[in-house]
Each structure stands twice: as structure tokens, then as C-alpha cells.
Design a binder for this molecule. Structure first.
Ligand code: BGC
Length: 370
């Protein structure tokens, strides 16, 4: 009898799985990623598609080329094809009109990594603790410069860069970083060269250090200008760089300046891009922040799946943002349910962390380990 019941239970479980998959099968999830010039998004798109297919969905990934009109057309096309869920890493607030349309069609929208601003037409956001990303960047600078022991008679010099002012994350990264750096600046042991917004709320100065659409050439040119003007008579000890793509552009500009040939400033980053990991290994870039985007993708698809099935949302490995962090989910029109994953600081000392997480392919991992 026991055996029969056990067999029946197994059969029941198998049928539920098949039916679940069947229900998913044929259902389209549209994946709209913002750009390809920052490499992570290509990986994100691939991971999201694979995760959706694993759960039996049809999935298609499109890349918006940092152009919101292009991405809107892609989202529109997903809707025309009858997509039941959208996973969107948007470019700017111009996305809200298509999200409104998705909302009217009862399509499940998950804001992916970046908030969809100015919209009350969706419910879910999954990302990393972006304030903490900034904190980690700044902490690596504090360590790299040994700021705890710096004195006002021999202060260290830093210049500040921020990400795209059209990307909500850029504000959290910056404010997280300044929550750490301001202490040393106030003490007079760290001096800012160039514009100094104490927080992103100083809009005028924030705009001066921001990098439209995270474009590396913009950061490189700004760094070259700084080196020839504001930083002409000092030697920079550090640069707050918001991500790896911009960090490497900043390092390139420094390398072209004789003053930095022997000793580059401490430069932060984010994304654990392979080229930056190599640069860290070679003693150029100082740090990066590893965000396991494979886990983010898995979590985002699970979130979409649970929402599509009307189930309670339960995302292992993510915390529901609350208290101060809930503002990460403020679209300006509504506070959406926001799930946060944890970022990890990576320097030369723990480059193995993203490698061990399987973040790089085999060839890359071998290069990083040799
Ligand atoms: C992401 C970063 C990325 C940046 C540029 C941000 O929204 O969180 O990981 O480096 O966009 O693409």
C-alpha cells in the first residue's frame, strides 16, 4: 500500500511539473536589455533567456543600444507578439509609455537591475543593493589610500565620476560612495579635485561628474580635461569610477599622462568585467564590485514565473527592501516591491570569488589564474 501511495505521489508530482511547464510552454517572456557597450547586459540577456526556457517559457532577448525609442519599439513588438511578461532593464524614463500599455494588457513587468522611473504601472523590481555597491567602492578607496592614517598636512587627492543621470542606479552608487568618503573629506585628509557634489542631491555638480549613458569615451575625455586643468598641479591618488567600463577609460587617460606612468591612482569599478579583472590582476585597476548577474537573472525569472502563476513571491537569496532601502524601489509615482541581492567587493586579494562563482568562461578563468 505504502508503495502504491508513494508511486501515486511521484506520478502526481511529475504531472504537476509537466502541466506547469505546459502552461509555461508557449508563453512568451520578452527580455529588453538596455545596451551592449557595457558587456554585462549581453550576459544578462543570455542568462535570462536560458532561465526562462528552463522553466518552459519561450523567451526572446533584445538590446536597446542605449536608445529608449529603440527599446520601446522592441517592447512594443513583444506586446504585439502576445508576451505575458516583460523583464526590462530600461534606458531612461521615456520607457513609461510602453510600460503603461503593458500594464493595461495585464502583462507582468519586472524592472531588472534598473528601476523603471515615473511609472505606477508595474509592481516588481529586482536588483542589487545599489547603495552598498557605492559603499564598497568607497571602502576600497579608503583601504587603497590607507585613509585611516592620512593627515591634513599630507592629504590625498581624489576626483569623482558618476554614472548616467538617466539611470536611477547612478544616484544610489554615488550616494553610497559619498556616505563613506565625506567623512574623510570633512576631516581634511581627502581633497576633491574638480566638482564636488556632497550627495547626488546637489544636482548641478552631480551633472558635472555624471556620464551620459555610461559612455566610456565621455569619461575618457572628461578625465583628459581634468588632468590638463583642475588636476594639473596635483597628483591624483584616487578616482571614484562608478563601473568597470568607465574605470578602464579613466585609467587609459591616466596612462597617457607621464605623471601617472609609474603609479596609477586607485581606481574603483563595478561589474567584475573580465578586462577589469585582468587589469586588477595586473595591478592597474584597484577594485571592482562583483554582482552575480547569473543569480539576478535566475531570480528575475522566478519572480516573473511566480507572478504569472499568481503565487506568493518568494525569492531565495534576495531580501525585500524595507526601511531606508525601500527608496530604491521608488519610481517617483509609486514604491514597487523591490528585491535586493548582495554585491561583493573584489580586489587583487579575492579575485577568486567571481571565478569560483563561475562568472567567467573557462578560457577567461584560465587567463585570470595564470
Ligand atoms: C548597472 C551597472 C552597469 C551600468 C552601465 C547600471 O544600471 O547596475 O551594472 O555597469 O548600468 O550599464
Amino acid at each position: 500500500m505504502k508503495k502504491i501511495i508513494a508511486t501515486l505521489l511521484v506520478l502526481l508530482a511529475a504531472t504537476t511539473l509537466v502541466v506547469g511547464c505546459k502552461k509555461a510552454r508557449g508563453t512568451l517572456i520578452g527580455i529588453a536589455m538596455p545596451e551592449t557597450h557595457v558587456l554585462r547586459w549581453v550576459k544578462d540577456g543570455n542568462s535570462l533567456k536560458a532561465e526562462a526556457e528552463k522553466l518552459g517559457y519561450r523567451a526572446e532577448a533584445q538590446y536597446g543600444d542605449a536608445n529608449q525609442a529603440t527599446q520601446n519599439q522592441q517592447i512594443q513588438s513583444f506586446l504585439t507578439q502576445g508576451a505575458k511578461a516583460l523583464v526590462v532593464g530600461c534606458i531612461n524614463d521615456g520607457v513609461s509609455s510602453v510600460i503603461a500599455e503593458a500594464g493595461r494588457d495585464k502583462v507582468v513587468v519586472v524592472a531588472y537591475d534598473r528601476i523603471i522611473p515615473n511609472s505606477a504601472d508595474y509592481d516588481y523590481f529586482i536588483t542589487f543593493n545599489n547603495f552598498k555597491v557605492g559603499v564598497l567602492q568607497a571602502e576600497s578607496i579608503v583601504n587603497g589610500l590607507n585613509l585611516a592614517e592620512a593627515t591634513t598636512s599630507a592629504p590625498k587627492y581624489i576626483t569623482l565620476f558618476a554614472g548616467s543621470p538617466t539611470d536611477g542606479n547612478a544616484f544610489f552608487f554615488f550616494d553610497g560612495a559619498m556616505s563613506v568618503l565625506n567623512t574623510y573629506i570633512d576631516k581634511g585628509v581627502l581633497k576633491v579635485v574638480g566638482p564636488y557634489p556632497k550627495t547626488s542631491a546637489d544636482t548641478a555638480n552631480f551633472q558635472r561628474i555624471a556620464t551620459e549613458n555610461w559612455q566610456a569615451p565621455i569619461a575618457k575625455t572628461r578625465m583628459e580635461n581634468l588632468l590638463n586643468n583642475d588636476a594639473r598641479n596635483v597628483t591624483l591618488d584616487a578616482v571614484l569610477a562608478p563601473n568597470d567600463t568607465l574605470g578602464r577609460a579613466i585609467i587609459e587617460a591616466c596612462k597617457a599622462d607621464a605623471k601617472y606612468r609609474g603609479k596609477l591612482p586607485v581606481v574603483s569599478g563595478q561589474d567584475a568585467e573580465f578586462d577589469s579583472a585582468m587589469s586588477i590582476k595586473n595591478g592597474e585597476q584597484y577594485s571592482t564590485v562583483f554582482k552575480d548577474t547569473a543569480k539576478l537573472a535566475e531570480a528575475a525569472i522566478l519572480l516573473a514565473d511566480q507572478a504569472l502563476k499568481g503565487q506568493a513571491i518568494n525569492i531565495p537569496g534576495a531580501v525585500l527592501a524595507s526601511g531606508d532601502l525601500a527608496k530604491i524601489g521608488d519610481t517617483g509615482k509609486k514604491v514597487v516591491k523591490t528585491y535586493l541581492l548582495d554585491p561583493i567587493l573584489v580586489t587583487k586579494d579575492n579575485l577568486n570569488v567571481p571565478i569560483d562563482a563561475g562568472f567567467y568562461d573557462r578560457t577567461e578563468a584560465v587567463k585570470l589564474q595564470n
